[in-house]
Every structure is written in structure tokens, then in C-alpha cells.
Design a protein around this ligand. Structure first.
Ligand code: KIV
Ligand code: ZN
Length: 516
């Protein structure tokens, strides 16, 4: 066993399948491209049998993203495995990841299978997958609540059938670090052939122990870590990859393990996921939370001013968060702006720089001091461009105590102007109602939030709007120093996505009809 740890990212599968985090194919592709920049070793792009949309997303990622292995999940049956293969077969380095549960409760209550049937299904699934693909990972779901003797037999069968990676999931986040490390040690000692495969750990965070369990598994000899960015995932989430990476990096004196991840891409990857899903991490989240490198208490500030190492065990730069104290304001030129983008690790085209710089100038006119977080917000919006079906031209809102708020909105579409007025329960409700009138749509407003990107009364406000139309969920985001403007733009962002997706469906349906 070498000292290299492989990072297997399942943000687009285990992360994406949890409530509120679903992504469409383009969003998955955008995220996968960033994961490749982060230099993860494996991207699990989805669970293709779960829906035609997920199959399409996995195919897109497999075709477009070079560098990491692209994996797809399949239950231990032929149909699932065939569809998973359809998803990844065009990848530069494809992997099929097949799994079956091995704990008594899962076998009896969920699968309604006897242990010998489960063992046979595991063996057959791996054999079948190996006929299609050279790289096959096998997972024993709920491994930590399985009987160890049985687990050893299942893993042995999977290895004999050709598995290249053996994954040990703590599916329900039940294990303690000591137990989990011991389990990995036992499996490595007892399962014949375990030294020829990569042993992987996959920890959920139900008891807040996912990072500790993962590190314990690595100390015991595992060499692949499965997890997600920001720790998103089922229930309390999966292990946060950025936490494992920074623990291995910061405490390499203890672990002595090497990683290929470019840790300076961590901050950007985390921000992109927030931008795509519309869900922020908690401020005190380890590594990527807003406060992770902030020092508020006087005594801490004093120490940090003398020497940052008094209260900082890792540098903000090591995760790609520049502490560049260049003051950015309305007199800052292109050169300084470009330097901030470079420091942040963005490589934008000339056209994207031009557009972002123009927005930066607009912002600097309204806000005295533009902070790094403001610039990140502008760039993420620029890179995450929405389809431009409708655009906001003008709005006017009137509101008073005990009066009914009224909003007049002008939107353009294809060069044509549309104007409507509507009332609402509040100014934002009136704005949204006027835009619905123009578009002739009534999407359900699932969520609406506004937050200040930085402090101060001239702070950039960022609005996030989630709209649902049937099964389609779209997230819109926009920022402005005027929260009503940010809200209107975020609403249009989401609405445009819904309209674009409907158009894409109609085009696909009409071509199926022609073919049929
Ligand atoms: O948590 C789990 O057991 C899983 C498997 C499918 C690997 O996500
Ligand atoms: Zn999982």
C-alpha cells in the first residue's frame, strides 16, 4: 500500500440526491469541470438508472471532462449496470460503481434477500460489470452494521470477480472512529486479495463523526476517500472532502499521506456549489465557512497581527482565499482587477473579464469599498450565466405603511418591451407578480432569501429565488446594492431557466415524435 490518497468526489451523486441540492445536466457539467480543476481523482457523476435526466448528465460529464476517472452508480443487477455503462462508456477513464447492502436489517427488511443470495448478487454484479469496464468498484452498503465474517466473504467474492476498488460505507453514520479504524484494519488483514485493490471509505455524518471516521480509516490503511464538497449529502451529509484534504495537508506530520488535490481550488469549488444550488454553508463551517479565517476577539486579533500563526493553523491562501488587502474601489483599474481574479484562481476569457469589470465599476460607484467576497459574487454570476429569455429593463415599486404595495416592471424579450403593474402582500411579492403577468406564468415560489455579501449599509445584497414548475426546480441568484433589484433579477434568472428547460423539452419531444 502506497502513501497516496485518492479523492473520490460524489457531490454529483450522493450530494445531489439529497433534498434541495438537485442539479440539471449543465449545472453538473459546470461543477464537474471545477472538480477537475480541483484535481479530484474520481468524479461520481450520477446514478443513471434513477432518471433519463441523470443518465444524460452522466453522459455529458463523461464526454466533456478530462482528467479524473468518471464513475456511475448501479445497484447489483444487470439493468442498472448496463445503464451505468451507457453513462460512462465515453469517458477517458470510466468506472462502474456497483453496490448491495450487507447488514442484517437491510438484507431482511429492504432487499428481502438471504445472505447467500446477496453474496451471489454481489459476485454476479461485479463479474458482469467487469465484462463491460476495466475499473469496477464494489460497495457493501451499511458495512458498519454488517457482520464482519459475512462482510469479509462478500468482499472476497467481489475481488475474485474482478473488483478494482472495495468501498466500506458507514451509510448511516453509526461508527465511531475507533471502531471504524478497527474494521478497516480487520478487513485488510482478513480478506484475501485486499492488498491488490484500493480500499475505500465512505462516511456519513449523522453523529458529526464523518471526518474523524474517514481519517481513522486512512490511518488503518484505506487509500480512497469518498465524500462531497461542503459535506452535502443524505441527511446530515457525507464527509466534507475539503476537511479531509486540509487535515491531511495540515497534519501531514501525523498522517504522512500524500494527495494530488490542488487545495488552492477549494474555496472556489465551495462557492460554485453554493452558487449552483442556492444553499450556503454555515458561517462556522470548517475550512470554507465565512468565519473560518475571521478573527473577531480582540485578543485573537492582537495575536494575528503579531503573527498569523498564533490563531491560524492553515493559511487562507492554501484553500485559495486570498488575503490580498488591495483596496478595490472606483479608482481601481483593470490591472488591479485582473490581479485579484488571478489571485482567486479564475481564468476568464477577455470578454468575461470585460463584462465583470464593467459590473465591478458599476458596483464601485455605489459602494465605497469593494471586498473580495463582492468580486467572487460578481464573477460567479458572470460564469454562471443564465439563459437570457427576459431581461430586466426597469422597475418602480411603491409601498407605505397600511397601503398596498404596487410594482410596475418593464422586461424585454428579443428586443420587444413588455410592461405590467401588479399589487402584492409586500414590495417583493408585487414585483414577482408583475413579472409573472408579463411572462404569463405562475411558478410556485419555493424559497426566497436575501443576504448581505459583506458588512455595511451599502453592502452588496444577494438574492436567491427557487421556483418550481411541475417537476422542474430552478434556482436564480443575483446581487445588487439594491435588494429589490437583486430580488427582481434573481426571479428572472430562475424564470428564464424554467422557460429554457421547457423549450428544450419541447424540442426533444418533437424530435422523438418525428422519429416515432
Ligand atoms: O452511503 C452509502 O452506502 C452509499 C453507497 C451507495 C456507496 O452511498
Ligand atoms: Zn453514501
Amino acid at each position: 500500500m502506497g502513501d497516496r490518497v485518492y479523492f473520490f468526489d460524489t457531490t454529483l451523486r450522493d450530494g445531489e440526491q439529497s433534498p434541495g441540492f438537485s442539479m440539471n445536466a449543465e449545472e453538473k457539467l459546470e461543477m464537474a469541470r471545477q472538480l477537475a480543476r480541483l484535481r479530484v481523482d474520481v468524479i461520481e457523476a450520477g446514478f443513471p438508472i434513477s432518471s433519463p435526466g441523470d443518465l444524460e448528465a452522466v453522459q455529458l460529464v463523461a464526454r466533456e471532462v478530462r482528467g479524473p476517472v468518471i464513475a456511475a452508480l448501479a445497484r447489483a443487477n444487470q439493468k442498472d449496470i448496463e445503464v451505468a455503462w451507457e453513462g460512462v462508456k465515453y469517458a477517458e477513464r470510466p468506472r462502474i460503481h456497483t453496490f448491495i447492502a450487507t447488514s442484517p436489517i437491510h438484507m431482511e427488511k429492504k432487499l428481502r434477500m438471504r445472505p447467500d443470495q446477496v453474496l451471489e448478487a454481489a459476485r454476479e454484479a461485479v463479474r458482469f460489470a467487469r465484462n463491460l469496464c476495466d475499473d469496477v468498484e464494489f460497495s457493501a452498503e451499511d458495512a458498519t452494521r454488517s457482520e464482519v465474517d459475512f462482510l469479509c466473504r462478500v468482499f472476497e467474492a467481489a475481488i475474485k470477480a474482478g473488483a478494482t476498488v472495495i468501498n466500506v460505507p458507514d451509510t448511516v453514520g453509526y461508527a465511531t472512529p475507533e471502531e471504524f479504524g478497527e474494521l478497516i484494519r480487520t478487513l485488510i488483514e482478513r480478506v484475501p486479495g485486499m492488498d491488490r485493490v484500493i480500499v475505500s471509505v465512505h462516511c456519513h455524518n449523522d453523529l458529526g463523526l464523518a471526518t474523524a471516521n474517514t481519517l481513522s480509516g486512512l490511518r488503518a490503511g484505506a487509500r480512497q476517500v469518498e465524500g462531497t464538497i461542503n459535506g452535502i449529502g443524505e441527511r446530515a451529509g457525507n464527509v466534507a472532502l475539503e476537511e479531509v484534504a486540509m487535515a491531511l495537508y495540515t497534519r501531514r506530520d501525523v498522517y504522512g499521506l500524500s494527495i494530488n488535490l490542488d487545495t488552492t481550488q477549494i474555496y472556489r469549488t465551495s462557492r460554485l456549489l453554493c452558487a449552483i444550488t442556492g444553499i450556503d454553508v454555515q458561517p462556522n463551517k470548517a475550512v470554507v465557512g465565512e468565519n473560518a479565517f475571521a478573527h473577531e476577539a480582540g485578543i485573537h486579533q492582537h495575536g494575528v497581527l503579531q503573527d498569523r500563526r498564533t490563531y491560524e493553523i492553515m493559511t487562507p491562501e492554501s484553500i485559495g482565499l486570498p488575503t490580498n488587502k488591495l483596496v478595490m474601489g472606483k479608482h481601481s483599474g483593470r490591472h488591479a482587477f485582473r490581479k485579484v481574479l488571478d489571485d482567486l484562481g479564475y481564468s476568464l476569457s477577455e470578454e468575461e473579464i470585460n463584462r465583470t469589470f464593467a459590473r465591478f465599476k458599476e458596483l464601485a460607484d455605489r459602494k465605497k469599498r469593494v471586498e473580495i467576497e463582492d468580486i467572487v459574487t460578481l464573477v460567479e454570476e458572470e460564469l454562471h450565466v443564465a439563459p437570457r429569455v427576459y431581461q430586466l429593463e426597469y422597475f418602480h415599486v411603491t409601498t407605505e405603511t397600511r397601503g398596498t404595495p404596487l410594482a410596475t416592471v418593464v422586461l424585454t424579450r428579443g428586443g420587444q418591451e413588455f410592461k405590467e403593474t401588479a399589487s402584492g402582500d409586500g414590495p417583493v411579492d408585487a414585483l414577482f407578480a408583475a413579472m409573472n403577468k408579463i411572462a404569463g406564468e405562475q411558478p410556485q415560489l419555493v424559497d426566497y432569501t436575501v443576504r448581505a455579501v459583506t458588512g455595511g449599509s451599502d453592502a452588496l445584497g444577494e438574492a436567491v429565488v427557487k421556483l418550481r414548475d411541475g417537476n422542474e426546480l430552478a434556482i436564480g441568484r443575483a446581487s445588487s446594492t439594491d435588494v429589490l433589484e437583486a430580488s427582481a433579477k434573481a426571479y428572472i434568472h430562475a424564470l428564464n431557466k424554467l422557460l429554457e428547460r421547457r423549450k428544450a423539452w419541447m424540442v426533444a419531444a418533437s424530435s422523438w415524435n418525428k422519429e416515432g
